[in-house]
Design a protein around this ligand. Structure first.
Ligand SMILES: Nc1nc2c(c(=O)[nH]1)N[C@H]1C(S)=C(S)[C@@H](COP(=O)(O)O)O[C@H]1N2
Ligand SMILES: [Mo]
Length: 279
């Protein structure tokens, strides 16, 4: 796993989670996000500055990222990485992928944030949601990793992925907390709501993920696969890649992301598979 604009992380696979929480107190992201919220939050980012490149609060976050504390992600057990030469692909599952998408104007609808005051309701039947433009996700630190996608059918493929950490996305958006006070992902992950729900834009494929797996450093919102933009069959323009879970949870074409205290419905769980689907 490499992150652009910073040295490769040294990762320690065997430290327990308590240690991880302790270490993560040296957090860096929240400072950048606090800077952003102080001047009106990410909705402002989406609305105002994206055409001119990276808005300044994100640029500030990148700066802090460069000074990332060694061991920031210690304690998370990482999925193995593979040589790039092994990267290949296979297509499986097309539920929720009908039709084309507007890749440039694409937005992800986000629900369950601490501050929903900028949420908009599209129509009478839909729930108010904050629209985060895909350009804001592309402006987050880009992570590249070569990991295995394992299908419950019994096959797997090694794929080179590029995208933003769901963790960084969450830090940018500010999820709702149990205490209803401002979220602190690094220092108080236990105060976050326990689940994340993701759905395709048409709502026909949907997954639920436990929050700690969602915040895992290899859980990415990907826009590139094997060095090329995602194709429709692989979930263009944005898909979830979560190597600590089976393929079923790696939702293609993300239409919405919801932070929630209720265990979300899950497409393959409803068809008899394990809800957790962890490796
Ligand atoms: N939207 C959507 N996402 C999906 C599926 C699907 O049917 N629809 N199938 C899942 C399954 S079972 C697998 S194994 C992976 C396959 O991803 P790939 O086609 O990019 O290899 O996508 C997952 N994500
Ligand atoms: Mo699968």
């Amino acid at each position: 796993m490499t992150e652009e604009k910073q040295p490769a992380l040294k990762l320690n696979l065997d430290v327990d989670e308590r240690e991880m929480l302790k270490i993560s107190r040296r957090s860096f992201l929240w400072a950048g996000v606090a800077g952003a919220s102080a001047i009106g939050g990410i909705w402002w980012l989406g609305a105002r500055e994206l055409n001119r490149g990276i808005p300044w609060p994100l640029r500030r976050m990148l700066g802090l990222n460069e000074k990332i504390a060694e061991g920031y992600f210690r304690g998370y057990r990482l999925a193995p990485e593979f040589p790039e030469a092994l990267a290949t692909e296979r297509i499986n599952g097309d539920v929720g992928l009908d039709g084309d998408v507007d890749e440039k104007g694409y937005v992800v609808r986000v629900m369950g944030l601490h501050d929903m005051s900028h949420a908009v309701q599209e129509d009478a039947s839909s729930e108010p949601a904050v629209s985060v433009p895909i350009s804001a996700i592309r402006a987050l630190p880009a992570v590249t990793m070569v990991t295995e996608l394992k299908c419950i059918e019994g096959w797997s493929v090694v794929v080179k992925w590029k995208g933003a950490r769901l963790r960084d996305f969450a830090a940018m958006c500010g999820p709702q907390t149990r205490s209803l006070s401002a979220p602190d992902i690094d220092r108080k992950p236990e105060d976050l709501l326990p689940y994340v729900a993701l759905e395709t834009p048409d709502g026909s494929y949907y997954v639920g993920i436990d929050i700690m797996s969602a915040l895992h450093p290899q859980t990415l919102l990907c826009y590139e696969m094997n060095g090329r933009p995602l194709t429709n069959e692989h979930g263009a323009p944005l898909r979830l890649v979560i190597p600590v879970k089976y393929g079923v949870k790696n939702l293609k074409r993300i239409g919405s992301i919801r932070f929630t205290d209720r265990r979300p419905r899950d497409y393959w769980e409803e068809r008899g598979y394990d809800w957790y689907a962890g490796l």
